[in-house]
Each structure stands twice: as structure tokens, then as C-alpha cells.
Design a protein around this ligand. Structure first.
Ligand code: ATP
Ligand code: MG
Length: 353
């Protein structure tokens, strides 16, 4: 399927601005962006529930922009999924088959298959009112999965599930995608979900596509400051400064150069340093970069450190044997390898390669 220059305005508000996106058959595309950036709006336009102000939607090579939702062969799981309150779980899941006149025996077989997949076998006789939020969400997913259209749209389908169930469902969805070979367009604001599920991630911000790339590339070669800061936990350090004589010097801060950038021409620059790329060692008094730990947040296998380097705040992550090594108030020596840092243009925010 494809989106061609899709824009959407609500009154004076431009919610989507010239979205271009081509999705190959069988691809699992995750649309990632923060709350309010236009994800649901875009999905509703693909589904035919909302009309674009301009632009076209193509599914299976044909222009479907003017078509009704039921004329587009797709299934959608909504962010606010509405189940039929008077129908039990089995009938809720079977509903799309019922309105298409699928025979009762086949309906039963498909519902059972989907129920097994989603762990709903014991709940098939219940009404939605007697289900937890997470169970209802799984019924809504089941209702979409029970048909076999070539295109599935998911709008944050796992947001009501607890962490354990969410990670299991992620794996299930991934496996299901491999088995069905269907095209999936999946919306989330959760970067972990995006990284683990996607063939390619589309990062959306302010109604514009910021980058389209496989997860690894989004992380290792972010197209701009926004993508760099949005993906990665804890977030990347973005440091304003300049390159001078092949070294990066942070602005408004008295410390020595942070790292070597051999061959990089002089000029203003924003340096991006992932927390895991800040090397932390006990301070032996000899290093050039000496900092103080202002906060240590152990999370088990790793600890997130907040550091003060002569007035410059930095985040670092230490793990392995060092996971519980440092505490607030410790003095440490830092090392930053310029070769793994990102550089961004301070004016445009675009990555400089
Ligand atoms: N019918 C509408 N009329 C006016 N503004 C709308 C309408 N629908 C959405 N918006 C606005 O468009 C913007 C994008 O909304 P949308 O629901 O697409 O965001 P989202 O990315 O799905 O956010 P979330 O992650 O919170 O679900 C928001 O600012 C929202 O207020
Ligand atoms: Mg939404």
C-alpha cells in the first residue's frame, strides 16, 4: 500500500503534512511518534474513516481514497476498541465473519484458533462487562485477526496490557505476521514496541515523516535531532558546541575538549552521544574528563548515571560488573569515542554525515 502526499487539516490545524510512504506487501511497518503527532489520524485515513484534505491512499495498487471503509479489504484494531456489550466474547470475535456470511462451523473453528492464540479460551462465554481492560483489548485484537485480509491496521493495541502480557503479545504478533504474510501498519508511541516489532519504523513528528528505516538504522543513524532524542532510553546526550582543530568543545562550559573528531572541519555543531557510549571509570586523577555522579539509578543489570562535568550535565549507562559500582557523590573519569558520536547541524537539526 502507499500514501501519496497525504495531508490533513482540522480547521486551521495542520495535523498531517505531505505524508509519503510506500509499504511493500507483507511488511510490518510501525508508525512511531508521541501523543498528538497524528498517528491515529493517519491510520483512520488509511481505513477510510476519515478523508485526507489532499493526497491519495493506495491499497494493492489501486486508488482507494474515495472508497468506503468496507470497500477496502482491511481489518483494524482501534485505540479505543468498542466491543458489543450484549454479545459474548465468542460472538464479538466472530462478528466480522457473521456479517460476511461465513458458515457457523467455520466461524467456530476460526474463533477457537484465535482464542487459543490470545489466551481467551476460558472467556468465550463472557460478556465484555465481565472482562478486565486487558482481556477486552485481546478480544478486540481477536476480532481483527479472525478475518484474513491482506492489510491489518493496529492503533496501540497493547497499551492496556501489563508489561509481561505486552511482551508476550509482541512476540505473538511478530510470529503471526510471519505466518500470515499480511501487511501490517502498527501505531505506537512506545519505542520498545517499535524496535522489537518493526521491519521498518516510520518516525512521525508534527505531522511530518522524520525518518523511515529499519530499527537498527533508526538507532545507529538517526536522521535528525528529533529522531536521535526520541529513540533510546535513557535519551541521547545532545551537546551544543563547536569543532575546533579536530576536537569537540562544548559551549558554555569550562571542561577540556570532549572528544577527538579527526578530519572534521571547524564550525558549530551539536554532538550526540548515547549514554552507553560514555565510558566511566573510577577517577585516578590523571584523566582529562573528570566528573561527579549526581544521581545513580540502578535498574538491575545496568545503572543510569547522571553526571556533572564542570557544569555540563551528561547521562551515562554502566552495566556488567560496573552495574552497582558507582554512587552519588563519586568522582569518575570519562572517555568519549568521537567515532561513535553523531553530529547534527545546529540550525537545521539534520544529521551531518
Ligand atoms: N476530529 C478532530 N478535530 C479536530 N482536531 C482533531 C480531530 N482529531 C484529531 N485532532 C487533533 O489532531 C492531532 C493528532 O491527533 P491524533 O489522534 O492523530 O494523535 P495521535 O498521534 O494518535 O495521539 P495519541 O498517541 O495520543 O493517540 C491532535 O492534536 C488532535 O487534537
Ligand atoms: Mg492515537
Amino acid at each position: 500500500m502507499a500514501l501519496r502526499a497525504v495531508s490533513k487539516r482540522f480547521g486551521a490545524t495542520q495535523v498531517l503534512d505531505g505524508i509519503e510512504l510506500g509499504i511493500a506487501p507483507g511488511e510490518l511497518i510501525v508508525l512511531l511518534g508521541r501523543s498528538g503527532c497524528g498517528k491515529s489520524t493517519l491510520l483512520r485515513i488509511v481505513a477510510g474513516l476519515s478523508e485526507p484534505t489532499s493526497g491519495r491512499v493506495e491499497i494493492g495498487g489501486r486508488d482507494v481514497t474515495g472508497l468506503e471503509p468496507r470497500e477496502r479489504d482491511l481489518a483494524m484494531v482501534f485505540q479505543s476498541y468498542a466491543l458489543y456489550p450484549h454479545l459474548d466474547v465468542a460472538s464479538n470475535i466472530a462478528f466480522p465473519l457473521m456479517i460476511r456470511g461465513v458458515a457457523a462451523s467455520e466461524r467456530r473453528a476460526r474463533v477457537e484458533e484465535v482464542a487459543r492464540l490470545l489466551g481467551l479460551e476460558a472467556l468465550l462465554d463472557r460478556r465484555p462487562a465481565a472482562l478486565s481492560g486487558g482481556q477486552r483489548q485481546r478480544v478486540a485484537i481477536g476480532r481483527a485477526l479472525v478475518r484474513r485480509p491482506p492489510l491489518y491496521l493496529f492503533d496501540e493495541p497493547l497499551s492496556n496490557l501489563d508489561a509481561g502480557l505486552r511482551s508476550r503479545m509482541r512476540a505473538e504478533l511478530r510470529a503471526l505476521h510471519a505466518r500470515l504474510g499480511a501487511t501490517m501498519l502498527y501505531v505506537t508511541h512506545d519505542q520498545t514496541e517499535a524496535m522489537t516489532l518493526a521491519d521498518r519504523i516510520v518516525v512521525l513528528e508534527a505531522g511530518r515523516v522524520q525518518q523511515v528505516a529499519p530499527p537498527e538504522e533508526i538507532y545507529r543513524a538517526p536522521a535528525n535531532r528529533f529522531v536521535a532524542e526520541f529513540v533510546g532510553q535513557p535519551p541521547i546526550n545532545l551537546i551544543e558546541g563547536e569543532v575546533r582543530g579536530g576536537r569537540f568543545v562544548a559551549r558554555a562550559h569550562a571542561a577540556p575538549p570532549l572528544c577527538a573528531l579527526p578530519g572534521v572541519p571547524d564550525g558549530a555543531c551539536v554532538l550526540g552521544v548515547r549514554p552507553e557510549h560514555v565510558r566511566v571509570e573510577p577517577d585516578d586523577g590523571a584523566g582529562a574528563l573528570r566528573a561527579e555522579v549526581t544521581l545513580a539509578e540502578p535498574i538491575g543489570d545496568r545503572t543510569h548515571l547522571h553526571l556533572d562535568l564542570g557544569g555540563l550535565a551528561l547521562r551515562a549507562t554502566v552495566g556488567g560488573r560496573d552495574a552497582f559500582r558507582y554512587r552519588e557523590g563519586d568522582r569518575v573519569a570519562l572517555g568519549i569515542d568521537g567515532a561513535v558520536c553523531h553530529r547534527f547541524d545546529p540550525r537545521t537539526g539534520q544529521r551531518v554525515s
